[in-house]
Design a protein around this ligand. Structure first.
Ligand code: HEM
Length: 170
């Protein structure tokens, strides 16, 4: 989606699709050395990390690269990858914690507004992944689109004016 009123999308603010590719590349390398997560991801294909980056960037209102790769079935395909995996809360928690640690290491923006938006998506997405992973059949239809995650209630990004945080001028 194009930015409106000069406010960048969360994806743009983060540094674009390439920044998410950098994030997931570093993240899945760590995953393979983690005792809780390695068994879950042992057989992931080489392209997995790029696909997750493209999905995240698209959710955060970036270019529709994941949709372009999978067409009308993009969301159904993504949900389908979690069906039947029987993920546990311990694995979800480690996944989220490791991702956020990696975000700091690769220098994903750490301003309160971006991180609030990003963490909100991660909290929501990881919990949905665990719920879907208990199912045996994919409930998603081809009509359902990948969700969009905007700036939300924090209405960011903000800039510091004097000692105050104020909404960026439009
Ligand atoms: C915000 C949270 C999450 C997002 C955005 C996400 C995204 C994705 C995407 C896009 C795929 C499909 C990749 C493709 O198209 O090839 C996928 C697959 C998968 N995800 Fe997730 N995921 C999330 C959470 C989790 C969690 C918490 C776990 C486990 C702890 C998990 C485990 C898996 C597994 C095992 C696959 C299949 C990998 C394979 O192809 O072998 N996901 N995920």
């Amino acid at each position: 989606m194009e930015p409106s009123n000069n406010i960048p999308t969360p994806c743009e603010w983060a540094g674009g699709v390439e920044k998410f590719e950098q994030l997931t590349d570093a993240f899945y390398k760590k995953v393979l050395t983690d005792p809780v997560l390695e068994p879950v991801f042992r057989h992931m294909p080489a392209e997995h990390s790029k696909h997750v980056a493209h999905f995240m960037a698209e959710v955060l209102m970036g270019p529709k690269v994941y949709s372009a790769e999978y067409g009308d079935n993009a969301l159904r395909h993504m949900v389908g990858k979690h069906i039947g995996k029987k993920l546990k809360e311990e694995q979800r928690k480690r996944w989220a914690q490791l991702l956020l640690e990696t975000a700091d290491e690769i220098g994903l923006p750490d301003d309160p507004e971006f991180r609030s938006t990003f963490v909100a998506h991660i909290e929501w997405g990881t919990r949905v992944a665990v719920i879907n992973s208990q199912l045996e059949e994919n409930p998603t239809t081809s009509e359902e689109q990948i969700p969009e995650w905007g700036w939300g209630e924090v209405k960011g990004p903000y800039e510091v004016v004097g000692s105050l945080f104020q909404k960026k001028k439009e």
